[in-house]
Write a protein of this length. Structure first.
Length: 300
């Protein structure tokens, strides 16, 4: 992670108060959705200064968040800290491995957080990942059998989540667009699941890194895509290659993605929340990255 991590409680908030980072105007601008962020973006900072990091996100103008773990806190304590920072918990990420192991506990955790969405953040492979890049490792570790076993669980999780008063979605990485014994993994997941109870969270950059066209996905599966992840992509990898170079990451800055038509298509499709995400290592300190993403979205 590039940049200096916070070293004491309140450090990030004090940086904002001192003018070290830009503070947004109170106006929400013309965004289609409230400014939202995936907390994986600040995972390292949350580990060092949990409350201060949440406060800093609120001061930057973010209003909705998607969780990526509880950082050793109870759902009640996590929710209280978010409330104090002016952040609304909208969605919670759990891997399919988490759900395989104890879906009722994960769903109860999400319910206690007060979120509207439970999102399966990655599939469960049936063999160990090889060393190296995680995305490429997952592509190699997954098999047709593993995808079929993951797909077979989706409707059950969707029904259980709906029974708890929430909605369920699956989040893509590039390997969902790879082919396994002639079958594209995403097509298998969609065919095996009920569109009424299993939605999609489209990570636009990851989809492009997998060789997919996000506009085509939004047009073909607009009834299922209800959540987005937004991050910049430095280069578009050749078809069949699964690059994951998000070091720039900042929306609209050295970014190979044309966001305007994608966001317009997302609005038309009925997307409800769009979470900014920055993958480590970031090209500049994370709060600066998130501020720049905020500014770009508001200019759009």
């Amino acid at each position: 992670m590039v940049g200096t991590a916070p070293t004491r409680r309140g450090f990030l908030a004090s940086m904002l108060a001192a003018g070290a980072l830009p503070v947004p105007a109170l106006s929400a601008g013309r965004l289609a959705w409230p400014l939202a962020v995936q907390l994986w973006s600040v995972d390292a900072q949350l580990k060092q200064d949990f409350a201060g990091t949440l406060q800093a996100l609120g001061r930057l103008g973010y209003r909705e968040v998607e969780t990526a773990g509880l950082h050793g806190r109870s759902p009640r304590a996590f929710r209280a800290a978010a409330d104090r920072a002016g952040l609304r918990l909208v969605s919670a990420h759990f891997s399919m491995a988490d759900l395989f192991n104890d879906a009722p506990a994960r769903i109860a955790e999400a319910k206690a957080l007060g979120v509207q969405w439970v999102v399966a953040s990655a599939p469960r492979p049936e063999r160990a990942l090889p060393p190296g890049d995680w995305a490429e490792g997952m592509r190699k570790a997954m098999t047709l059998s593993a995808w079929q076993h993951n797909a077979a669980r989706l409707n059950g999780y969707g029904r259980a989540v709906a029974g708890a008063g929430m909605q369920f979605a699956y989040h893509n990485h590039p390997f969902e667009f790879a082919f396994y014994e002639g079958r594209r993994a995403l097509d298998l997941l969609l065919a095996a699941s009920d569109p009424a109870i299993v939605k999609l969270e489209l990570d636009v950059a990851w989809a492009i890194a997998g060789g997919a066209d996000p506009l085509q996905l939004l047009r073909r599966h607009g009834d299922r895509i209800r959540l987005l992840h937004l991050k910049g992509l430095k280069t578009r990898p050749p078809i069949g290659r699964y690059g994951s170079d998000f070091r720039t990451g900042i929306l609209g800055t050295a970014d190979a993605i044309d966001w305007r038509p994608i966001l317009a298509a997302a609005r038309q499709a009925g997307v409800r929340h769009a979470f900014v995400e920055q993958e480590p290592p970031t090209a500049c300190p994370i709060l600066e990255s998130l501020a720049a993403c905020r500014d770009y979205l508001r200019r759009l």
